[in-house]
Design a protein around this ligand. Structure first.
Ligand SMILES: [Fe+2]
Ligand SMILES: [Fe+2]
Length: 254
């Protein structure tokens, strides 16, 4: 008999694939992908705009997960808190560059000037994505399953979908000259879902699996998890759609 978690996991796979398809469709519109390493420095393409705005979503990750962490209800079971603390700690490994630094390093390797990377403001549409993302993890003790909703939101928008996203973006960026990715490729591998594949491993998505197997244990908890999954995926898909649609806008600089 299929468990509630297995039903969730299957749906999660479907949602992930639909997200990947929408990103692939956008990537297909990128003009003239070439092996010229200077491509992104010379052309203000939709891809470049996407990468620069996507960086702002990455910048919002630590405060977002911290808010989620603080919104988990106190209980003797601290596993949810421990998972989110680990995610935050992984962003700033001791004695090594932070993930934020690695991201900027990859963008400069792609030929985007540092002043452009750091000077590109957050577009209002990106701010809207960040705002909506916060509603996913809103502390709401009066509603049922506050902890489950928060954990599914962080797994989906913070790990599962970025892992899928970078799995599609990285090969394209490698074609454009990113031979040794410090940010995109490692995140593809350490964020993605591996359950149900022949590459099973303890990725950031999988950190949540055993806890979610316990929490998604009834029709009501399954409903909550599926609603959160779909809301998170809809937000990320919308971000990609509006960001790629903005092909002609001039990048704003300070
Ligand atoms: Fe990271
Ligand atoms: Fe991660």
């Amino acid at each position: 008999m299929t468990t509630h978690y297995e039903t969730f996991s299957t749906k999660e796979q479907d949602v992930c694939q639909a997200f990947e398809e929408s990103l692939r469709a956008k990537i297909a519109t990128v003009d003239s992908p070439t092996t010229n390493p200077g491509f992104l420095s010379e052309h203000c393409t939709s891809l470049r705009n996407y990468l620069l705005q996507r960086r702002h979503l990455s910048q919002a990750y630590i405060p977002w997960v911290n808010t989620a962490l603080c919104g988990l209800n106190h209980s003797r079971d601290t596993r949810g808190k421990e998972i989110l603390r680990e995610l935050i700690q992984d962003e700033t490994p001791e004695g090594l560059p932070t993930h934020a630094e690695d991201l900027v390093a990859d963008l400069t390797t792609l030929g985007i000037p540092l002043e452009t990377i750091l000077g590109t403001l957050t577009h209002p549409d990106t701010e809207e994505t960040v705002r909506k993302q916060h509603t996913l993890i809103q502390y709401s003790p009066q509603t049922s399953f506050n902890n489950l909703r928060i954990l599914v939101a962080v797994r989906t928008a913070g790990e599962l979908l970025p892992g899928a996203e970078y799995g599609i973006i990285t090969p394209l960026l490698e074609k454009l000259g990113l031979k040794k990715s410090r940010f995109y490729k490692p995140h593809w591998f350490h964020d993605r879902k591996t359950e149900g594949t022949n590459q099973q491993g303890m990725t950031h998505t999988e950190l949540f699996s055993s806890l979610l197997k316990e929490l998604i244990c009834s029709e009501k908890t399954l409903d909550t998890a599926l609603t959160t999954l779909q809301n998170a995926a809809a937000q990320r898909t919308e971000f990609i759609n509006v960001t790629f649609a903005r092909y002609d806008i001039k990048l704003e600089k300070i």
